[in-house]
Design a protein around this ligand. Structure first.
Ligand code: ADP
Length: 479
């Protein structure tokens, strides 16, 4: 099968978040499973420069609102990079200094249209085009238009993956002319969304299939609150909506081989973990009383992640003398609150504001429990990594967290973490207290850590499910 992925970011070329990891790893795994794959991404100037990128010499000019955009096609292995001077030769991928570029509708719609042109000028006619998030969600609509005029495009299926429905690509109605879409589509059944234009909605309506990154999240987004206003349209397409859990890259995330760790360890031999814990204590300046767990948080400072609940429980944790390490960046207000708490409780709370890959590995390896009280969580990689490293999650029962963590049952002595349902401080506190009272039962705690470490959340099974879904899309389209 010929598979074409289109994305606004992918490792190892450019990354702002989990989307890049998922797309880059999926491409690599599909290739190693023997599939014929091409990936198209924009050629940003912010790209990691040291790749042997070749100019194919192919060019295409598109005129939008009287302005000409000259696109060039570059290539590195299976990745095609589309350079569009004026659109992608900027410092950021989507914006700068915390503000989005105001012409992101123009940038990504031109990119999407140009990619469809370039696939015709290369020798790669895909059976399926796999789109990712709002930036490429117009492709199915553009493709439908092309299919009316050009035989080359007929019979190509489309799949849209929603990585996080909190980001939809919403623009004013004047953007219709920019994206080159007819006004007749500006209706409630079309791209209109509360008086604006919603690009993700276009993808949901016009793609053949839709998937999201966990089974639970696929259900949740069809309900009010979780669908961010798109629950109705998703409900209508429920028979074409599938959940496929992301995996983590075991080459990067394995305590047996992780070169960032102070000492390596495994589920069978946890001695190295005790040294990692000691390293974390020393480097964060926290010295818990014996028998006390090291508690941690790793992730974006964003309201999605439930930091408001964490901030509420910190004073209680500090009062009890529990040590906590926080690594993250994002929302300035959240960062300010956390830093002021750590100034108040510097003997128990270490807050590291920033992005630090190595320190993240050490936090997973050195802490005993990690807090994940997310409001919503499409899949979540943090809990998958934490489980693999023997760090027990205390998490909200939502999205991918619900699909990957089994709640601890004290009577049956089963489970891999602690879950709570309602998004409020008292339910979170209850789960946290359950975890804190289980921690001293050392034999049981070690058994729980091992159960988590032995779970398989590698990409292998996710890739198998994507291949099945591609097959299903192609069969449906041919029918
Ligand atoms: P998101 O919603 O941000 O994509 P995920 O749980 O899916 O959340 O993925 C977050 C990934 O980013 C994990 O691999 C986590 O280890 C990493 N990460 C998040 N914040 C930091 C940070 N401040 N420093 C290092 N790694 C981080």
């Amino acid at each position: 099968m010929k598979i074409l992925l289109i994305s606004s970011e992918a490792i190892p070329y450019c990354k702002t978040g989990g989307l890049a990891d998922v797309v880059g790893t999926l491409v690599r795994e599909l290739l190693s499973a023997g599939e014929d794959v091409r990936l198209f991404i924009p050629y940003y100037s912010a790209m990691v420069p040291s790749f042997g990128i070749e100019d194919t010499g192919k060019r295409f000019t598109l005129t939008v609102r009287g302005r000409r955009y000259e696109a060039g096609l570059f290539r590195h292995e299976n990745t095609c990079l589309v350079s569009i001077p004026g659109l992608f030769d900027r410092k950021g991928l989507y914006g700068e200094s915390g503000a989005d570029y105001p012409d992101n509708d123009l940038r990504f719609s031109v990119f999407s249209r140009v990619v469809l042109h370039f696939i015709k000028s290369t020798d790669f006619r895909p059976d399926i085009i796999h789109l990712n998030d709002w930036q490429t969600a117009l492709v199915p609509l553009y493709l439908k238009e092309l299919q009316k005029k050009d035989e080359f495009y007929s019979g190509i299926g489309t799949l849209l993956t929603i990585h996080n429905i909190g980001y939809q690509g919403i623009f004013p109605p004047s953007s219709l002319a920019t994206i080159g879409v007819d006004r007749s589509l500006f209706t409630i059944d079309g791209l209109e969304f509360y008086g604006n234009l919603n690009l993700l909605k276009a993808g949901i309506i016009f793609s053949d299939f839709i998937n999201t990154v966990s089974g639970r999240y696929a259900e949740e987004i069809t309900t009010p609150g979780y669908g961010f206003g798109l629950e109705g349209v998703l409900k209508m397409r429920k028979d074409r909506l599938v959940g496929i859990l992301n995996g983590i890259d075991y080459d990067l995330w394995s305590p047996e081989t992780d070169s960032y760790l102070y000492r390596r360890y495994s589920a069978r031999d946890l001695r190295g973990r005790a040294l990692c814990r000691y390293w974390l204590m020393k480097s964060s300046g926290l010295f818990p009383k014996s028998g006390y767990p090291m508690i941690s948080y790793v992730g974006r400072f964003a309201s999605q992640k439930g930091l408001e609940l964490i901030i509420k429980v910190i004073p209680w944790l500090m009062q009890q003398g529990f040590p906590m390490v926080v690594l993250g960046m994002g929302d300035r207000e959240i960062e300010r609150e956390l830093l002021s708490l750590s100034a108040e409780h510097d003997e128990h709370l270490f807050v590291y504001p920033g992005f630090d890959e190595k320190f993240a590995h050490m936090v997973y390896a050195g802490s005993d429990m990690i807090l994940l009280p997310s409001r919503y969580e499409p899949c979540g990689l943090v809990q998958l990594i934490a489980l693999r490293y023997g760090c027990v999650p205390v998490a909200r029962n939502t999205g991918g967290l619900a699909d990957t963590i089994d709640d601890y049952n004290v009577y049956e002595d089963s489970g891999t973490g602690f879950l709570f349902d309602e998004y409020n401080p008292s339910c979170f506190m209850e789960a946290l207290k359950r975890a804190l009272s289980a921690f001293p039962m050392r034999k049981r705690w070690y058994a729980m850590m091992r159960r988590g470490m032995e779970k398989d959340y590698s990409w292998k099974s996710s890739v198998a499910r994507y291949r099945e879904l591609y097959q299903r899309v192609v069969e449906e389209v041919r029918r």
